[in-house]
Design a protein around this ligand. Sequence first.
Ligand code: TYD
Length: 398
Amino acid sequence: MKCKITNKKIEPFMSFGKMPISNNFLKKEDFKKEYFFEMEVGFSETISLLQLINHPEPNQMFNNNYPFFTSSSQFMVKHFKQYADWIMQNFLKPNSRIIEIGSNDGTMLKNFVKSGYIVSGIEPSKNCADIANKNSIKTLNSFFSTNLLSQLESFLGNTDAIIAANCICHIPNLEEVFKTVEKLLSKNGVFIFEEPYLGSVFDKVSYDQIYDEHIYLFSVTSIMKIAKIYGFELIDVIEQATHGGSMRYVISRKNKIVSPNVQKYLEKEKLKGHDTLQGCLKFKNDCEKSKEKLVTFIRNIKSKNCNIAGYAATSKSTTVLNYCGIGTKELDCIYDTTKEKIGKYSPGKHIPIVSYEEFTKNYPDYAYLLAYNHKDEIYEKEKEFSLRGGKWFSHVEI
Ligand code: TYD
């Protein structure tokens, strides 16, 4: 197996088994034709990059009915406002142009539009792009590639910030991303993106960040090397609390001042072995232990005749539920706020998805928080559940 970036050999080191498409919440009549792939991960020692060996084609995942909307979390809406403010303060001048890759429903770009900047969103999922355009946030319904340049004429060599969040790790062809960035970025422009961070995933054993859409799991070491390959430089990194632990990367053209943060994280990753295959093998062992612990924990609850419901039908829960073999015998249903998911069934394990409004009417003994990254927001919203003796748990906290 070859690395998608260096074309050198990568070492497969772990398989999570057969996985469905993580966001393919489906109807009963579609169970029989559900698509599965072997979710194996490998590591390229040359660029210290963890990546999926096989994955579905992007258009199988990001299509007309992508059921994820950034605006579904108030915490994320607030986070994107702060992210936008930080970019405006540090990198923009009046009339700067900004492009967001994977702009979803326009939650992030809205902040720039309000402040009078010229923006273009790029979003492959039509339903999300339509919402943004309806709200007057100019969005092209497409994947980000050089094919788009003719539609972005006024942005060529003139874009002060190309930004993304939880998106770059979804794109198999990073060479094409950097080629497109190269054409669009102004002389002092920056390419800034936030992605789930390998350091947090390894430390917390939050292996559910690995799923079909997340083709890569980046670290500071890997991004530093990748930027170099494509003629850019990593000039700053800032850790983020989002998605259970993310990293913000700031990339620019060469010969700019590099923040000491970069060196700090490079050393930290080296010390922890997060830049080697050895580190991945430890992670594999940790995942197996975590699976055993979760399965035993759930078995104990069920042996006391208690019932369990899942809370928040996240994409990442597809990995945990399928890897650990948790299905309808263990979870009665999963409560969620997304209307596109309600009334359907979870990918692979076919657990019914029920409106979160039903949760209060039918409290389970235990609730498995599948969106542990939104813990504060959800605990606050559902505080009555705990007050009435309900117990929360999640695989990263038992
Ligand atoms: P997120 O962790 O962003 O998901 P993913 O793993 O897919 O990136 O969580 C989004 C899902 O969680 C979405 O299906 C809506 C659901 N959710 C709730 O049901 N209630 C809530 O209060 C929040 C914040 C999310």
